[in-house]
Write a protein that binds this ligand. Structure first.
Ligand SMILES: *Cc1c(COP(=O)(O)O)cnc(C)c1O
Length: 390
């Protein structure tokens, strides 16, 4: 059994994918070929966003808006600690300061009440309101942006986060790396009214390519132009005019070509993911000591991960070991909070600063999940979990 079975999808889409690859090999426009614009139009329509700017990875998709906004030294950017490293890494790359915010124990997403306290703490340089990075209360940080993450595929609480951000003049960058294809109150992820949204097409994401890729979405014409400039060495009107420092962050034409059939298959796959999540939830009702993931009302998750919460660390580890013995792969997303990572040691955080995140890292376990998972495999997994807990 595979944790994420990419071959199952390939078996269905192989003829279309091969045809698209062959077309690129024939026309030879490997950089910014016509498939890139074709894909951007499809993705923009799916996200109901004015602009889609594809790029080289989800990490670059997060970095590009920060660069376009000139975020840098002295700026505070609020990020969750319970997420993939890249969410906070891009902040550090711009020499701005990540301010870590705790998450909700049920949805796993950024807790808006904690965000509110963190903003006040930065504004008043008062770490008793909310833990702040070391030196922040001396150096006086300027709150500039917030990066909510749609963790495991479910949109963050934007109805609470957006008004808070607007009140304080914060830019909002949605990290939808795990959530493309999902929706929030009927609106597609990446089209939720944030200033900008970023997603990843790393192969294992709900919509993936066969390498690295990503995309940025915005309704703002001016920002879209800046993002297109940042994507190609800060280009101006022509290739040899450079108006800002940028990146080489284009998506390969071949990756765009591969993604075209995959993007068209996405809506049906998102539906399959709902069915598979529902079957897991049903199978996990009986055993005690484990809680199936709960998605907030009006959120349709893209189910990048199906993440269980156990009552304690011992139960989590016992179930993981039992599944492993039976040949069922599992993964821990995430084993370590970002605020305790060695790379962020200079920020001076203590583990206890964000207790919900620290606790979840001890108790979560993600199960095999992909749109082609067989019901009998799911039932077997649920049986093994009940056995390990019983
Ligand atoms: C995968 C991921 C990224 C980074 O995407 P890459 O394409 O791997 O660079 C960023 N944020 C989150 C939450 C992710 O899951």
């Amino acid at each position: 059994m595979k944790f994420i079975d990419l071959e199952a999808q390939y078996r269905l889409l192989e003829p279309a994918i091969r045809q698209r690859i062959d077309a690129v090999l024939a026309h030879g426009k490997f950089i910014m070929g016509p498939e890139v614009a074709e894909l951007e139009a499809i993705l923009a329509a799916q996200a109901q966003a004015r602009h889609c700017i594809t790029c080289s990875s989800g990490t670059d998709a997060l970095l590009m808006p920060l660069m376009a906004w000139n975020i840098g030294p002295g700026d505070a950017v609020f990020v969750p600690s319970f997420t993939f490293f890249a969410t906070a890494e891009v902040v550090a790359l711009t020499h701005a300061t990540p301010v870590f915010v705790d998450c909700d124990p049920v949805t796993f997403n950024m807790d808006p009440a904690a965000l509110k306290r963190a903003i006040q703490a930065v504004l008043t340089s008062n770490p008793t309101l909310h833990p702040l990075p070391r030196h922040a209360h001396e150096g006086r940080l300027k709150p500039r942006a917030v990066i909510p993450v749609d963790l495991f595929g479910a949109a963050a609480d934007y109805n609470a986060i957006l008004p808070l951000a607007h009140k304080h003049g914060l830019l909002v960058l949605e990290d939808a790396a795990q959530a493309f294809g999902g929706s929030y109150h009927g609106k597609p992820v990446c089209g939720l009214g944030c200033d900008v949204a970023a997603t990843s097409f790393f192969p294992a994401k709900p919509l993936g390519c066969y390498g690295d890729g990503g995309a940025v979405f915005t309704d703002d014409d001016d920002l879209a132009e800046k993002l297109r400039s940042v994507r190609v060495h800060g280009k101006g009107d022509d290739k040899y005019e450079n108006v800002r420092i940028g990146l080489n962050a284009r998506m390969d034409t071949l990756q765009a070509a591969i993604m075209l059939p995959k993007a068209l298959a996405l809506p049906a796959e998102i539906e399959a993911r709902q069915r598979i999540a529902a079957r897991y939830a049903q199978g996990l009702e009986a055993p005690s000591g484990v809680t199936a993931p709960k998605v907030a009302a009006n959120v349709l998750s893209a189910w990048a991960q199906y993440t269980l919460r156990f009552d304690d660390n011992a139960r989590r580890d016992a179930v993981a070991a039992h599944l492993k013995e039976a040949g069922v792969p599992t993964a821990i997303y995430y084993p370590r909070p970002l605020h305790t990572q060695a790379a962020f040691r200079k920020l001076g955080y203590q583990a206890a600063d964000l207790p919900v995140t620290v606790d979840l890292c001890q108790r979560v376990l993600s199960l095999p999940f992909h749109p082609y998972l067989e019901a009998q495999d799911q039932d077997r997994i649920c049986g093994l979990i009940a056995q390990a807990l019983g």
